[in-house]
Design a protein around this ligand. Structure first.
Ligand SMILES: CC(=O)N[C@H]1[C@@H](OP(=O)(O)OP(=O)(O)OC[C@H]2O[C@@H](n3ccc(=O)[nH]c3=O)[C@H](O)[C@@H]2O)O[C@H](CO)[C@@H](O)[C@@H]1O
Ligand SMILES: C=C(OP(=O)(O)O)C(=O)O
Length: 477
């Protein structure tokens, strides 16, 4: 089994560069389906399993993609399929974000219910409510959703019952090519929403108000490819800030945007961590002693749920008792049991966890129960006594570019042991893809996807040469 080994006790020091944001790049790549002409060039695309998954989804729908050196070039002059494959959609919730663009572009879609981290029930009712308000007819059965619209989608006034990030993004993309104006009330305000709106506007769309609770989208007839730089990953940045604080370290998190991290910075400062903000990143300096604080997760600009488990790791090393309340997802305390294997004293009661800090943690065999839980366990292991062995790395690889390499460069004793029976694992994904792509004219993501994930070529790449490309015509064209 592939695992990460951490030996605790090293103080982190140096500079770590933040990669492009997973949660921004996934909707942005999905939005590329809206462009009928021209290439999009997306910069700072992190080499993550989730990126490989969305790239395969898009290729299966007819898009052409190449990836090299953190740059994805994508065009979708013809949509060749309206069915998003189950094997890919179940892997990752964000693949459901192709529904809005497909409905807007060709007026029909068949898509399986999405997967992703099992941190709650995660319904999609708000996405569907938005599409229905815009004129889509939706049927559900056998784990699939079928949606169609006989004419172009129509602008509508949509109030979201919950400020869902995914629903805001999906509706925004659908509305970009609709007839008339759509308003989204109680829209999510996350920085990734703003990044998507900026990209849609660069493609010729007309989105106003992204980042506030009221977004207005004036539909346009046509969109084109555009160049776009993905924002830095605020959750990855926050994770390294916490890793630095846990070890009493001194780390410059290059690329981190302080405005995106206000709640995390505030909590760290309350705990006694020194934060120095600058134009190109955030420096984090911490002593050995930290104060306990209470944390409650909320939609942006509240404390992000994705930072809840890494924050809990830090609270385990602070003096006193902290109360952590999770309000966004109903099942996001699965990491508690893993922390307990390391001797952590945490009691969970419903959506609240009482964390008794300041007790020594011991290295143990633990498993990543979700993406951020994996990162949180690594953070805790950095200061635990002895050795920690982390499995469940398929979660971690969805969202962190070379976390072992980045932490090792800061002085952590950490390395990855690849399983002998997983051939993929001879080289880390990034290194493997770069090495092979450099020696052959092959998109790096294809190599990574085929070598690391499933031992098969990424879907869609051979399509143009070997399969007659059928164009799916919109019913109203
Ligand atoms: C790929 C991506 O960007 N993932 C992020 C996105 O997930 P995602 O977009 O799935 O999260 P949402 O904002 O949609 O979910 C927030 C809450 O709304 C509920 N809900 C959502 C949709 C819906 O139709 N009905 C409904 O009830 C969910 O169950 C959850 O309780 O935002 C989450 C909340 O910040 C983050 O943890 C995820 O990392
Ligand atoms: C929960 C997350 O991802 P997803 O929404 O893709 O499951 C995450 O990034 O922490």
């Amino acid at each position: 089994m592939t695992k990460i080994i951490v030996r605790g006790g090293q103080r982190l020091k140096g500079t770590v560069r933040v990669s492009g944001a997973k949660n921004a790049v996934l909707p942005i790549l999905a939005a590329s389906l809206l462009a009928t002409e021209g290439d999009s060039v997306i910069y700072d695309v992190p080499l993550l399993d989730d990126v490989m998954t969305i790239q395969k989804v898009l290729a299966s729908l007819g898009a052409r993609l190449t990836y090299n050196n953190e740059t994805m070039r994508i065009s979708a002059p013809a949509i060749t399929s309206i069915e998003a494959p189950y094997e890919l959609i179940r892997k990752m919730r964000a693949s459901f974000l192709v529904m809005g663009p497909l409905l807007a572009r060709v007026g029909k879609v068949r898509i399986s219910l999405p997967g992703g981290c099992a941190i709650g029930t995660r319904p999609i009712d708000q996405h569907l409510k938005g599409f229905e308000a815009m004129g889509a007819e939706i049927t559900l059965g056998h784990g699939f959703i079928e949606a169609s619209t006989p004419t172009r989608l129509k602008g509508a006034k949509i109030y979201l019952d919950v400020a869902s990030v995914g629903a805001t993004e999906n509706i925004m993309m659908a509305a970009a090519l609709a007839v008339g104006t759509t308003t989204i009330e109680n829209a999510a305000k996350e920085p990734e929403i703003v990044d998507l709106a900026n990209y849609i506007n660069a493609m010729g769309g007309k989105v106003r108000g992204a980042g506030t609770g009221l977004i207005r989208i004036e539909g346009v007839d046509k969109m084109h490819g555009a160049a776009h730089n993905v924002i830095p990953d605020r959750v990855e940045a926050g994770t390294y800030m916490i890793a630095a604080a846990i070890t009493g370290g001194d780390v410059f998190v290059e690329g981190a945007i302080a405005d995106h991290l206000t709640p995390v910075i505030s909590k760290l400062e309350e705990m006694g961590v020194e934060i120095i903000e600058s134009d190109n990143g955030i420096r984090v300096r911490a002593g050995a002693e930290l104060r306990s604080v209470d944390v409650k997760t909320l939609p942006h600009p509240g404390f992000p749920t994705d930072m809840q488990s890494p924050m809990m790791a830090l609270l385990l090393f602070s003096e006193g008792t902290s109360v952590v309340t999770e309000t966004v997802f109903e099942n996001r305390f699965m990491h508690v049991e893993e922390f307990q294997k390391m001797n952590a004293q945490i009691k969970v009661d419903g959506r609240t966890a009482i964390v008794s800090g300041g007790l020594p943690l011991m290295g143990a065999k633990v498993c990543a129960t979700d993406l951020r839980a994996g990162a949180a366990l690594i953070c805790a292991a950095l200061r635990a006594e002895g050795e920690t062995e982390l499995t469940g790395l398929h979660h971690v690889d969805r969202g962190y570019v070379d976390i072992t390499g980045k932490l090792a460069a800061l002085g952590a004793t950490i390395y990855r042991v690849e399983s002998e029976n997983e051939q993929a694992a001879v080289l880390p994904a990034a290194a493997a893809s770069r090495a092979v792509a450099a020696s052959a004219d092959i998109p790096a993501a294809v190599i990574a996807a085929s070598v690391v994930s499933e031992h098969e070529p990424a879907a869609g790449y051979k399509r143009d040469k070997e399969v007659t490309v059928l164009k799916v015509q919109p019913t109203w064209a």
